[in-house]
Design a protein around this ligand. Structure first.
Ligand SMILES: C[S@@+](CC[C@H](N)C(=O)[O-])C[C@H]1O[C@@H](n2cnc3c(N)ncnc32)[C@H](O)[C@@H]1O
Length: 403
């Protein structure tokens, strides 16, 4: 069976998230990437819930045929008839070939008309239909959307089966009662991706030691982890998280998950957790004070130094609470100063603590990572970039103690 998934604005991270879930749930899937789509080959059905788990993918579907170009129009018309609907859409997912299929929709419509069938072609100015257009035009339930992946003469045709629940994500992004605008809002989709990247098993315990307003905590509860623990230095953040979790529980069933919120510096989270060990960590730690853009290089360098200390101390503490094999998915800030980009220079220290950056993507997938083994998450106009890491733990050198 072959499936396709279309990533959103951060294709590399989305692919990394998919790979993480495939590994965690032993989906036995092989990933392949072409022209902005990720293909999965498996010998069994993928879980029907997969689309609802992922933060990074916007469209999902199955490959339903391989067709040559001269058969294509008639073949698509047959599928529209079979779908029982009259509405259809076509998205072209191969760079360069959009013009080649410019009239395809009209031709399919014409063929259908010749057969006495009145149809509606849902089109847009772009070569591809957005998830929103697909959803709003009912192309999944009452119509059909074809996704074309043209590679040479043969054309793989996919049928969209799901789109991302974009309305639900945006409801949670903007509807939750407590939003921490000052310390930078963590987008819900990125929170999801971090949780999934951590590969924490569903029946395990997930920790976010810098929980802020609890975006990761609530998303993890929605995903149904056995237990989710959030920690934060600030009393207000603890209250915000509690309020947001309460709000989520009134909108969605999160009763499977027990949520624990602790007020503690991340540097001492091992003490606060007492004997509890966790099966994975997903976190966006403190990214520094809000920047105005007028900071001098020396100011930025000072922030980098201070954050580096915080991160190393926090990792020393979380090292003590991880079960063997547990991983950490974390965002690190990258600062812009003039033309320079300043990441946190902490990888050597983290290595000494037993944390090694692990590959975020499977070998063979042609996707760019940074020289540090991370992926960058960037939104326009951001002064601080987000560098996403996955750390796996190696056995700890006994002589190293928390410092
Ligand atoms: C970027 S926010 C985290 C966003 C959060 N992940 C969310 O989902 O909303 C960073 C948080 O780190 C907290 N913080 C700062 N220093 C800390 C420390 N030493 N230990 C624990 N939390 C800290 C801040 O209070 C703030 O709430």
């Amino acid at each position: 069976m072959e499936y396709f998934l279309i990533p959103g604005r951060h294709p590399e991270l989305s692919a990394a998230e998919l790979w993480a879930v495939a590994e965690r749930d032993h989906l036995g899937a092989e990933l392949r990437e072409t022209a902005g789509a990720i293909f999965i080959s498996t010998d069994r059905e993928l879980p029907a819930e997969l689309p609802s788990w992922l933060g990074g993918m916007v469209k999902f579907g199955k490959i339903i045929g391989e067709v040559s170009e001269h058969e294509l129009t008639g073949w698509l018309a047959d599928r529209v008839v079979e779908s029982g609907g009259r509405d259809f859409g076509i998205s072209i997912y191969h760079g360069g070939s959009a013009a080649r299929f410019k009239n395809l929709g009209l031709e399919v419509k014409r063929v259908l008309r010749e057969r006495g069938i009145k149809s509606r072609w849902v089109s847009s100015r772009e070569p591809t239909l957005s998830a929103v257009v697909v959803q709003k035009n009912g192309l999944i339930r009452t119509g059909i959307e074809f996704c074309l992946f043209a590679d040479g003469q043969r054309i793989s045709v996919g049928q969209t089966t799901d789109v991302q629940a974009f309305e639900e994500f945006s409801f949670r992004d903007y509807g939750r009662p407590r939003r921490d605008i000052r310390s930078g809002m963590l987008p819900v989709k990125l929170a999801r991706m971090l949780i999934n990247l951590s590969r924490t098993p569903r029946n395990g315990i997930l920790l976010d030691p810098f929980c802020g307003s609890g975006t990761i905590v609530t998303e993890a509860a929605i995903l149904g982890f056995r237990q989710v623990i959030g920690g934060d230095l600030e009393k207000r953040a603890v209250e915000d998280t509690a309020e947001n979790v309460g709000w989520t529980s009134r909108n969605l069933d999160i009763s499977k998950t027990s949520v624990r919120i602790l007020q503690s510096p991340a540097e001492e989270i091992d003490r606060a957790l007492e004997n509890t060990k966790v099966d994975g960590i997903a976190t966006e730690p403190y990214l520094g004070p809000p920047l105005r853009g007028r900071e001098r290089p020396a100011d930025i360098e000072k922030i980098v130094r201070e954050l580096s200390i915080l991160y190393v101390k926090s990792f020393a503490a979380i090292r003590n609470v991880l079960t063997p094999g547990a991983a950490v998915a974390a965002v690190f800030p990258v600062f812009r100063s003039g033309n320079r980009e300043l990441p946190l220079p902490v990888l050597e220290d983290l290595k000494k603590l037993g944390f090694l950056p692990a590959p975020l993507l499977p070998p063979g997938l042609d996707v760019k990572m940074t020289a540090r083994g991370s992926l960058i998450y960037q939104r326009p106009d951001q002064r601080v970039l987000r560098e996403v890491f996955l750390f796996k733990t190696s056995s700890l050198d006994n002589t190293l103690k928390k410092g």
